[in-house]
Design a protein around this ligand. Sequence first.
Ligand code: SF4
Length: 420
Amino acid sequence: MFAGQASADKYTVRGYCALCTAHCATITTVENGRVVRLDPDPDHPNGGVICVKGKAAPELLYHPERLNYPLKRTRPKGDSDPGWARVSWDEALDAIAKKLLEIRERHGARAVALAKGTRSGTSVDDAERWLGRFLNAFGSPNWVSTTHVCNWHKDTGFSYTFGSNIPTPDLKNSNAFLLWGHNPSSTSLILAHDIVTARARGMKIVAVDPRKVGIASQADIALQVRPGTDGALALALIHCLIDETWYDTDFVRQWTNGPFLLRRDTGRALAEADLVESGSPDRYVVWDDRTDAAVIYDAAGGGFERDDVRPALFGAKAPHGKDGREILCAPAFEFLAELSSRYAPERSQEITWVAAEKVWRAAHLVAHSRPVSLYMWNGIGQHTNATQANRAIATLYALLGDIDRLSAGGKRGFSQNAGE
Ligand code: SF4
């Protein structure tokens, strides 16, 4: 789309930078058929700023060593000179297709794996869907992807907890923002821009960062955590929410596995198969406060086996097993309460170096300024406990009940800072 056409020799084009997954909106200036500069598009919701990599796009585009066409090796592997020779796209594609089909014929489709680079920091993002389709059509499930060290915990930890990647913060609709281990002023300019805009209209910020830099320096409460102890800090905040009943009870009952009974003897979830001979190992059990009896939750159907169930979140329960003996259990939520109480702010301040009083204030602020949105990233990924720390943070966010809630801060949506 042409944004303006000053002359036939010089004009601008609206588009986006494809050099990473952020997809910043851009205006490209073309002079005499050559891209001469890339600027941010101030009119686009995902516009306003671009990073130095985007600004360097013309240099990348016209770099003399940029690979612009297929090359074929003409000397055997191991030769100091591969003898690269330019070939047509048709010849390259035919040669690759022939080889792939030969492998499939001889060894089966699974003998082929597709390996690709990270979506986050490269331009493979736009092609990724097609790579997946190609692999599906070919018949192999073997998909290999690199990821940044900082992405594993963020993406996978959240997926383990929520079944999806970390949501993009909906800052426009948030009354508070919990920013954890991430400095968007340096790495995610549009997120930083959106945070500053939301703050100007009154959104509160709690930032967890060892350093008071970037957004953390503007936070209403900055929790300067000792590096590597984020998990303990998350559990301390969880304790505050549970101890003061500041969590979203309805959300926890309806949308989390907090009500599922866990066996005290094994620590595993109690299943229907524990209670009756013909029971399923995949149907879990809650305790209904209304009838004071065990009720089966059918995960496949997404509901309880009967209506009007009010699942218990606390208390020792002892349903009878299939051998007639009582099985001592408690809701998973009680286990979380027990674990987090061991990290109460007064205890965990020794670990995290964050004063207990500050942790209580932060918990109070987020619990009383809903909807709350959350974003966390790189800082946590520098440590060996990153995935579990992430899960603790994700659990904390679940207690606030704003994930995927319409008109709430955790609503999923498109933004520049989606991750891997
Ligand atoms: S952040 Fe990514 S999409 Fe935006 S300008 Fe930089 S490289 Fe391009």
